[in-house]
Design a protein around this ligand. Structure first.
Ligand code: ME8
Length: 517
């Protein structure tokens, strides 16, 4: 048997200074959907998420709560793990930067960078934002209230003057530009790639990569007065989980370089400029793709703790249902663009796409089979042009979806699935099988067979997006576990006439406002 191809996908590791909100759930969900798709498509997948636990920001948050930093990290990191379980995320590993394996990886990478002459000791004098954990040049700052200087993100900055190690980022300009050219889809969406390229073309300054004014982090090997800059520490998590520094190991050989680092647009520069430069400087292959998705707002407002409009993923799942939220987040906004969370949009998607379109199609066709065909998948007569057309449309979906998923166009993949659902509703209404009950029961059987066959394939195809609903739907038509695979799509796994059905129950209930219940 030939080995399965490998696919390594990562989320950012989330800061533990804050509890998880919809934005974190969104990024991890996108990775979960991509990971599940690849697993179903025959890949050996490693899907990584975790928490970023070092740095001044976390140290300050712990102190503000009167807690020891590690005890504080244990608590918040657990919330991210709980969220992963609650949202049915299929991550294969959960990394915490406070783990020993990670400290070993960071120090090994540092030594490689130092050994290759890419790190030197000097003095840093400049602006630093603890909230962003980022350095800013004077010219990048904006004016806040009363002449206060702010980072371009609006975060406060402080003047820092201390001895620091520097990474020779300036030496990597050309190599980075070549990297963007050699792999044309290294950075997606394309507009983001242009943004990154012009940043690099504008000239790179060496990067301060250690701090001496706090202690919560990984010590620099050989000089533990210095703590590694939190972004070197954080980015290295992707290597740690692949088994670094043990580069000869099977796991590393198999999964490195990562196929996709999924990030929000806010942290693109760290991933698409600093990270590949660190890797190339250490003689390690840079990632194949960095995808920067957009940001969610809440009813038009920026989501922030200070505005008090943070959306808690636990709450919305309680209210709307897990698969409903998973579907909405992936379908509503073209992946890569910013999106607005609104209750109205959520309810529309639930009631129209799920309850009306797919839910009704399945419920009406399966109920008719249950009542009128002895609860068995009916026998089929000759297929008409209309039958062949709708079967043909569902049979060819997989390669189209595969192309879209390879470019992380998740919403488009859902769009084409729902186009077939909608066409099948038109087919069902046009064939009007209920009117054939007495006049032409054989033809009614064929129409119901064709519709149930479309429902079967859609049931398999939604497995990566709504795993629970997919199972419920396939349970109803008694598709056995070994037949819920992409290999069973198309003619290969056609429903067998005579297969018994259970009494169908709606998989996608309508959402009714609590006040209207
Ligand atoms: O930046 N909409 O962690 P972080 C969409 N520790 N996505 C959002 C979002 C929103 N409104 N808000 C947050 C860090 N996100 C670093 C990363 S990686 C080596 C280190 C998501 O907790 C989005 O993916 O601030 C964003 O990039 C990430 O959360 C930032 O998480």
């Amino acid at each position: 048997m030939t080995a399965k191809p490998a696919f390594y996908i990562t989320t950012p590791i989330y800061y533990v200074n804050d509890i998880p909100h919809i934005g974190h759930a969104y990024t991890t969900l996108a990775c979960d959907v991509l990971a599940r798709f690849k697993r179903m498509d025959g890949y050996d997948v490693m899907f990584l998420t975790g928490t970023d636990e070092h740095g001044q920001k976390v140290e300050k948050s712990a102190a503000a709560k009167g807690k020891d930093p590690l005890a504080f990290c244990d608590e918040v990191s657990m919330r991210f793990r709980d969220l992963a379980a609650f949202m049915n995320f299929s991550n294969d590993d959960f990394i915490r930067t406070t783990e020993k394996r990670h400290k070993i990886a960071c120090q090994a990478l540092w030594k490689k960078l130092e050994g290759s002459g890419n790190i030197y000791l000097d003095k840093y004098a400049g602006w630093y934002s603890v909230r962003d954990e980022a350095y800013y040049a004077e010219g990048e700052l904006i004016e806040g209230k009363g002449d206060e200087k702010l980072a371009p993100t609006g975060a406060p900055v402080e003047w820092v003057e201390e001895e620091s190690y520097f990474f020779k980022l300036s030496a990597w300009e050309e190599a980075l530009l070549k990297y963007y050219e050699d792999l044309p889809e290294t950075v997606l969406p394309k507009s983001r790639k242009n943004e990154v390229k012009s940043f690099v073309e504008g000239g790179l300054r060496d990067l301060s990569v250690s701090r001496t004014s706090f202690s919560w982090g990984v010590p620099v090997p050989g000089n533990d007065k210095h703590i590694m800059y939190v972004w070197i520490d954080a980015l290295t998590n992707y290597l740690t989980a692949a088994g670094y520094p043990n580069v000869d190991h099977e796991k590393f050989q198999k999964f490195w370089p990562a196929d996709v680092h999924m990030v929000g647009k806010d942290i693109l520069r760290f991933h698409a400029v600093y990270w590949p430069a660190f890797l190339m400087a250490a003689g390690i292959e840079p990632p194949k793709r960095i995808y920067a998705h957009g940001w969610w707002t809440n009813e038009g407002q920026k989501i922030s703790k200070s505005t008090g409009n943070v959306i808690d993923p636990f709450d919305i799942v309680e209210e709307f249902g897990l698969d409903q939220v998973r579907y909405f987040l992936m379908r509503e906004v073209p992946f890569g663009n910013d999106g607005d969370f609104s209750r109205t949009a959520m309810i529309n998607r639930i009631n129209s796409d799920l309850a009306n379109d797919l839910g009704n199609l399945a419920q009406r066709s399966l109920s008719m089979i249950f009542k009128n065909c002895n609860g068995q998948i009916p026998q089929v007569g000759d297929f008409t042009t209309d039958d062949k057309k709708i079967l043909g449309a569902v049979d060819v979906l997989l390669p189209q979806i595969r192309d879209l998923m390879d470019r992380q166009s998740i919403n488009k993949a859902l769009e084409i699935i729902w186009k077939v659902v909608s066409d099948c509703n038109v087919y069902f209404a046009g064939q009007a099988p209920w009117a054939l009950k007495t006049t032409d029961p054989d033809r009614m059987g064929t129409v119901l067979y064709v519709t149930a066959e479309v429902v079967r394939q859609i049931g398999i195809l939604i497995g990566f997006i709504m795993p629970d609903s997919s199972s419920k739907l396939l349970d109803q038509i008694n598709v056995s576990a070994d037949k819920r695979k992409f290999a069973e799509l198309g003619a290969a796994g056609r429903l067998v006439p005579g297969t018994r059905l259970d009494k169908p129950e709606g998989v996608f209930p309508r959402y009714i406002e609590r006040s209207a219940k």
